[in-house]
Design a protein around this ligand. Sequence first.
Ligand SMILES: Nc1ncnc2c1ncn2[C@@H]1O[C@H](COP(=O)(O)OP(=O)(O)OP(=O)(O)O)[C@@H](O)[C@H]1O
Ligand SMILES: [Mg+2]
Length: 242
Amino acid sequence: MQLEVDIESKTFENAAGGRQHVLAGVNFALGAGEVGVFVGPSGCGKSTMLKILAGLDHDFSGRVSRPAGARLGMVFQEPRLLPWRSVEENVRLVAPHADDAKLSALFTILELNAHRSHFPGELSLGLARRVALARAFAIDPDFLILDEPLASLDEALAARLREQIAMLVDSRSVMTLLVTHDVDDAVRLGDRLFLLSPRPARILADLPILTPRNARGDAEIAAIKIDIARRINGDRIERDAS
Ligand SMILES: Nc1ncnc2c1ncn2[C@@H]1O[C@H](COP(=O)(O)OP(=O)(O)OP(=O)(O)O)[C@@H](O)[C@H]1O
Ligand SMILES: [Mg+2]
């Protein structure tokens, strides 16, 4: 199972009729069970790219070859729940064959048990994001796309969920693409880190992390974070100078 991505360019037309160049040169391949994490400045084109990779937007130049027959679980940046359905119904709708024990385990992991019968309008953003995560995992995905899944959660809950995402991904060897603004999350979860430039986004660096997720010590994590900061600053200085 392999994802092959060669996006040459993506533009949007704005209301005034001008064109905005959003993606310029996103090129990588990802194998089964690999977690690729994208880190890049706000507005650089990350969500646009994920929608292309999910097959939801075909209006770009280049080529994306998705793993054939893969079940895709997707968490959008905004939770996108059906407002007239309860939390439990939102999850069951996408996974009608999931058994009760499995759903209960997911609700427990994501700390949603007390909210099963609530409606999306009654949820905080952090809760709604957790429901979106439950929905994505309920279908037993082989290909998972997560757009800032840990945003607006407190640090302790984000850390617990990060562990759970790592466990779920590792237990089923799920090919995963994840966008985050949190470099710590990126280094703890990723097998490959893709640093993106400001818009139009291109890959500034493709950094593999060879140590398995659960064997990464604090010193290694700190060193990788320093390397990332150095590369991002280097790019900024280069752009300022040109
Ligand atoms: N449907 C659209 N039509 C026109 N412009 C769009 C559309 N979607 C996104 N854009 C523009 O494309 C650029 C990239 O947006 P995108 O949402 O991909 O950024 P992002 O990297 O995900 O940002 P953030 O970190 O804030 O989520 C922005 O300038 C945005 O205004
Ligand atoms: Mg985004």
